[in-house]
Design a protein around this ligand. Structure first.
Ligand code: NCD
Length: 308
């Protein structure tokens, strides 16, 4: 049985196949409308979410399956003290596949250990968020025509932002990639990510000023300062508006430097940027559904049934 706990659970070749399947799911939805008839997805969300939960649910409904689940730990037996291990043993009796989001790093891995159904990590604390990475990469691939030979800037909360950890780990497997990490000192990329880059001989630089970094980028990935992971509110308030991307700053970027953001956005991208043709963050949401459909099919062992 297969799980998706980190983006590296899929090899580069499997990831390519997944994107091709997502392309076909987008182009020919009718072909897949009943492939999951009779199957259930459980969404177990112990942390807030709009996109990730509803996108997984939409994906399963588009495939003909149905969904069960809860949108918050407060309405589950977690409030009575139930462990993730026990919850997933129970859910394994109800559903065929589960997407789990939890505030603790490693929660999805624990769930996978006790589960008899495939587990999708839909975000574990400040650690990883693999389906977000797959949809980020599908967006980059569609806009840039590939995933090689580009300079990717990641800006904001690189310490607690799980989406950037997953994206860097996964993109570091492609040739000709350079990273520019743009953050205040307190929110720098964790050592485990930069160590991996050094091991793989992937070039990266760390800078503080967005204005200086912008002209060399092919992709600019903005992130929200992760308030819920701070130990004290004062630090959050001091750092939350450190970066605000506006049209003036973006005017220094290349004409094909696309701006991505996993959303939700707070202040880090001014609304005026939404009308810029380089703003790609709502396009990411759209691709997310097809990519998650492909993930569900792959983990259920159904991806091979369809020729694309
Ligand atoms: C992200 C997350 O939950 O990590 N949101 C998402 O899933 N699209 C990013 C964030 O919350 O800042």
């Amino acid at each position: 049985m297969r799980h998706l706990l980190t983006p590296q659970d899929f090899t580069v070749e499997e990831t390519r196949q997944l994107f091709l399947l997502a392309d076909d799911l987008e182009a020919n939805p009718g072909k897949y409308a009943h492939i999951c008839d009779g199957r259930k997805l459980a969404t177990l969300f112990f942390e807030p979410s709009t996109r990730t939960r509803l996108s997984h649910e939409t994906a399963m409904l588009n495939l003909g399956g149905s969904v069960i689940g809860f949108p918050s730990g407060n309405v589950s037996s977690a409030t009575k003290g139930e462990t993730v291990a026990d919850t997933i043993r129970v859910i394994s009796c109800f559903a065929d596949i589960a997407a789990i989001r939890h505030p603790k790093e490693g929660a999805a891995t624990v769930a996978a250990h006790y589960s008899t159904i495939p587990i999708i990590n839909a975000g574990d604390g400040g650690h990883q968020h693999p389906t977000q990475t797959l949809l980020d990469m599908q967006t980059i691939r569609k806009l840039k025509g590939g995933l090689t030979g580009m300079t990717i800037g990641l800006c904001g909360d690189l310490k607690f932002g799980r989406t950037v950890h997953s994206l860097v780990e996964s993109m570091s497997r492609y040739s000709g990639i350079r990273f520019v990490f743009i953050s205040p000192d307190e929110l720098k990329m964790p050592d485990y990510v930069t160590d991996l880059l050094r091991d793989r001989h992937i070039p990266y630089t760390e800078v503080t000023r967005l204005e200086d970094a912008i002209p060399e980028l092919d992709i600019l990935y903005m992130t929200r300062v992760q308030r819920e992971r701070f130990f004290n509110e004062e630090d959050y308030i001091r750092l939350k508006d450190f970066y605000v991307l506006d049209e003036k700053k973006l005017s220094r970027a290349k004409s094909d430097c696309y701006v991505l953001h996993p959303l939700p956005r707070v202040n880090e991208i001014a609304p005026e940027v939404d009308d810029d043709p380089r703003a790609a963050y709502f396009l990411q949401v759209r691709y997310g559904v097809f990519v998650r459909e492909a993930v569900i099919l792959e983990l259920l062992g159904l991806a091979g049934d369809y020729q694309f």
